[in-house]
Design a protein around this ligand. Structure first.
Ligand SMILES: [Cu+2]
Length: 185
């Protein structure tokens, strides 16, 4: 076998693999491999910059599939623990709580993880998160499939944990006064 033929023998299968991978990526929104992760498109993900303690991650989670999906947990290397939170308002006070059953996203629906609403809570931060940092977050779906996203950090003035100390905000916007319910710990 000549060197040229040897190279061809090695490269052609590689190109076939690459082409196949490309096709799979293009059709991933069509529920290509049948997993919940494969039918979900995550966009606009970002993390609130924080020096320590805890912070929140946000994103749009679009389910392009024909069946409902459920995100059951999340994790990140920057956080000692991570919870899926929702915000519950009672008597004008909003409290964030762990959503025990995770986030359900119906077929064709988009879940908005947004400040003041549902969010991914990154707790026990292992390092400061500065604006511009990239934070890797892994989402786990009910069928065990996973999706990893890279979220960039940004400064965000609406710091939920501090609202209780801002008289102007709490008097005019009582529903934005938030406390953290850690009673389940
Ligand atoms: Cu929270």
């Amino acid at each position: 076998m000549t060197v040229r033929k040897l190279i061809t023998a090695l490269i052609v299968p590689l190109l076939v693999v690459l082409a196949g991978g490309g096709l799979a990526a293009c059709s991933s929104s069509d529920d290509a491999d049948g997993t919940q992760s494969s039918q979900v498109k995550i966009s606009d993900q970002w993390v609130k910059a924080a020096p320590d303690g805890m912070t929140s991650a946000f994103a749009k989670v679009r389910n392009n599939g024909k069946t409902q999906v459920r995100i059951v947990s999340a994790s990140s290397d920057v956080a000692g623990s991570t919870q899926l939170h929702e915000v519950v308002t009672e008597n004008g006070v909003s409290t964030m709580k762990e959503k025990a059953d995770g986030y359900v996203v119906g077929a064709g629906k988009t879940l908005d993880l947004t400040p003041g609403g549902a969010h991914i809570m990154l707790m026990d931060l292992r390092r400061p998160i500065a604006a511009g940092d990239l934070v890797t977050i892994q989402l786990v779906f009910a069928d065990g499939s996973m999706q990893t996203v890279s979220a960039s950090a940004r400064d965000f003035a609406g710091n939920q944990e501090d609202y209780g100390n801002a008289p102007a905000a709490s008097s005019t916007m009582p529903s934005m006064s938030m406390t953290m319910d850690h009673s389940h710990h």
